[in-house]
Write a protein that binds this ligand. Structure first.
Ligand code: FEO
Length: 402
């Protein structure tokens, strides 16, 4: 007899793990895999909330069939149409041909675009309810968190918020699916990376939905990826993180990301980092952009106020890997950072000029003039690197205290 995890007397987790996918959205690394969370309520009506991605489909459908025990499925609520959750819709409709798909106007536009026409659609409005027997589920539209059709569903009987991608985490669920059934400390870094990589661009929209939900009595947050939040301490921590990051608030610390072909730009990075440490800065993260995937650099930039970027000039431009990083940062519109830059060149310097333009364009506060060296680091520019680090540290001290 199998035991599916229960969120309440009549609500089950039927999600699956994916340990095969290497890149989420074919961009973001998944060293610890990812889970696709789906839920089923067995009230007078039977209700599913979202489905899963294609790969683990068979084991998913097997769980669903087991749980339904011959009952039909009345409703499939589509909180999010991205295919990592929507790929199962066609399979569920094949299994339960009379199921009614519940979504909003945008949901159904995307449903048709991806998977064609379906006969039984129930279009709902923001704040509408759906009577399923012992309670009415309520819908909260959350546009651009992180797609336009996204909505959240609230179950007032058990105070469960089905939050779509919000409050999700990379990483499979290894045994326990609840925060209380796993070592939750292992998930915070991947929770942070998920927010910064997937949701981080939409801070304003996250603030908006959090404001709307603040009046709701929520005991359980059931996202589409990662652990289900049930414990008051970890749930509050997850909520506080979202509130903080969506306001682009950061901690005291510095991310140094550099590109280096022959090690000279890296020497400048280490020089700056050493002086930051001498000045008392303890959170210093150094990333070589040719080694660290931008996913991790962006995660750290969401955590820390200071950002220092360095690059050699490469074909009269930035090193291509640095260019890729700043393109992503620009695309995400990451706000509210202290900034400085450095670089090297052989015959004509261009990198530092480009890095300066980037800082101006994204609106970060430059704390010191850029430092650019020809070839290897020599005493004059060494001193400039030290002064740059001191300026960053002093600015951080003035904002956060020593
Ligand atoms: Fe987990 Fe936006 O899909």
């Amino acid at each position: 007899m199998r035991h599916l995890p229960k969120l309440s007397e009549d609500t089950w987790y039927v999600g699956v793990n994916d340990r095969r996918k290497h890149l989420f959205e074919n961009i973001w690394p998944l060293p610890e895999g990812v889970s696709y969370n789906s839920y089923v309520i067995l009230d007078e009506k039977t209700v599913m909330l979202d489905t899963v991605d294609n790969f683990p489909m068979e084991s998913y459908l097997d769980q669903v069939q087991f749980l339904l025990q011959g009952r039909t499925l009345d409703y499939l609520i589509i909180n999010h149409m991205e295919p990592d959750h929507a790929s199962g819709i066609q399979h569920i409709v094949r299994m339960f041909p009379n199921v009614t798909l519940v979504g909003n106007k945008k949901t159904f536009e995307f449903l048709k675009a991806y998977y064609g026409d379906f006969p039984n659609l129930l279009e709902v409005q923001d704040s509408a309810t759906l009577d399923i027997g012992s309670r009415k589920l309520q819908f909260y539209f959350a546009p651009m968190v992180h797609w336009p059709e996204v909505m959240m569903t609230y179950d007032p009987k058990y105070k469960i918020l089905y939050s779509a991608d919000a409050f999700g985490s990379f990483g499979t669920l290894n045994g326990g699916v609840f925060d209380t059934h796993t070592d939750i400390e292992n998930y915070w870094e991947e929770f942070t990376r998920y927010y910064s990589n997937i949701v981080g661009k939409y801070g304003v929209q996250v603030q908006k939905i959090m404001g709307r939900l603040s009046g709701l009595d929520v005991k359980i947050i059931a996202p589409l990826h990662g652990p289900i939040w049930t414990h008051p301490v970890s749930t509050k921590k997850a909520l506080d993180f979202y509130d903080k990051w969506s306001k682009y608030e950061t901690d005291k610390g510095v991310v140094i990301a550099f590109a280096s072909m022959y090690g000279n730009t890296e020497v400048m990075a280490d020089t700056i980092a050493r002086e930051l440490a001498n000045m008392g800065i303890r959170n210093i993260r150094i990333h070589d952009v040719s080694k660290s995937h931008s996913s991790y650099i962006i995660r750290d930039i969401f955590k820390y106020r200071g950002v220092i970027l360095g690059s050699p000039t490469y074909n009269a431009d930035l090193h291509p890997n640095m260019k890729q990083l700043i393109d992503k940062l620009q695309h995400m519109g990451v706000k509210n950072h202290l900034y400085a830059s450095f670089g090297t060149f052989t015959w004509a310097g261009q990198a530092v000029k480009k890095l300066t333009e980037f800082g101006q364009h994204i609106g970060w506060e430059q704390v010191y003039s850029p430092v650019e060296e020809q070839g290897s680091l020599k005493s004059d520019k060494f001193e400039q690197c030290v002064l740059l680090a001191q300026a960053m540290a002093e600015k951080l001290d003035s904002l956060y205290g020593k």
